[in-house]
Design a protein around this ligand. Sequence first.
Ligand code: GDG
Length: 483
Amino acid sequence: MARLFLISNRVAVPGAGGHPGGLEVALKATLRKHSCVWLGWSGEVHEKPRTRTITRGDNSYVIVDLTSEDFDEYYNGFANRVLWPIFHYRLDLAEFSRRDLSGYLRVNEHFADELAGMLEPDDIVWVHDYHLIPLAKALRARGLTNRIGFFLHIPLPPPEILTAMPNHERLIPSLCDYDLVGFQTHGDAANFARYLAKELGTPSHIPLRLGSGERAMRIGTFPVGIETREFTRLARRASKTSFARRVMASVPGTLMIGVDRLDYSKGITLRLEAYERFLAANPQWRGKITYLQITPKSRSTIKEYSEMEAAVNSAAGRINGAYSEANWAPVRYVNRPYSRAALSGLYAAARVGLVTPMRDGMNLVAKEYVAAQDPDDPGVLILSRFAGAADECREALLVNPYDPDAVAAAIARAMAMSWSERKARHSELYAALLRNDISKWGDKFLKALSPQDKKGPTALRDLLAPATGSAATGPTRPPATRQ
Ligand code: GDG
């Protein structure tokens, strides 16, 4: 029987501790439904790297160690200092070195070797995210003809930015060795189509037939969702716990919440600046609003991250220094992670969810915040128009995170919003979450990847045309227009 192989940089082995990032959260439903083999880095660095297999229920977890050289070049180097910033439109933060690129390719070859020893011809392979772009090419070079799909969890920038990446021509076209390449939004898929048309001269009026042999690559849009009803139930239970009650009892007035990995793409410094402007312009709210920012540290060994950490610390300190009273501090800035249940209770307690990334593939926090709200007295989501989630969450207050005055105005609007408007917006938002629940995400991707799927290859022309909701293989939606 065909098996499903999931491949990603990190593997979340159940019971191994740590809080899950967006990718692990997204894969949970697929792991529950199918018996999977999940292969990726163990998170450990050893000079003599090992590969181990751990079995939990119907799933196996194959975890591969990295050498310290791999860690520096592949993970810290090419993946996080070149691909992550450039894919988030931050050419200014990218630091390219040829050695890092060769380390990145080497780890992909290593993963391909491990996989090649395990795969049977009818096994399906689903590769995740920017760490593993050339994996299909490496597998094809080993003669493997399996169905291989790729999903990019982060944004894909337009070719004008992508082509500034040194050696992009060695990397981006290798996506054509996949049978299916999936993106979070129609905009990302269209950027890829434009890259192919521009760089490979792929004619846009004929169906896309790229890659080797008889295979035809398809491009699709598959926006990641959450387990909506389950998260709502979790939040309902969590708001009754003593933890949530204690937190609320300690907050004078209204709670506003932000939850993000400590990452420059999440726009935390600009967000704090916006809050500072809100406090300056709205003295009537001083003492009556508390902004809780939960920000577990990530990638702290990378210079850009430690610099940003210092900038966030300083902004939070500056605001508290300027506005605190003996019985009130405007910002609670917390660096530790919380359990998923505790987090859901905090979302539920917050009147405002402030989610203002400068660029984000999707952003699950925005969706979790909506799912956690009490439908009879819901809070207001303020969401960056540059998060993939903005395509679906059109009833949020959509803001430009680069404009702190506009974000400050949105906070004021959210704080003053009438019960009926909050309720109407929430009901639309919640309906959108139900329409695109995470349980459907994996199914849609795997159906499109299966050899039985009869749809032909994607026509580039359809992707390059303005979104209509029918062009790509997945559920595309037109970009958000509401401000
Ligand atoms: C990537 C893309 C895309 C956060 N703090 C804690 C905690 N979290 C959880 C959140 C949420 C997840 O981590 C973060 O997901 P995001 O989607 O917001 O962001 P990334 O980690 O950057 O994820 C992103 C995603 O992949 C999926 O495709 O949406 O655009 O960048 O679920 O709740 N969880 C716990 N404690 C914390 O303190 N337990």
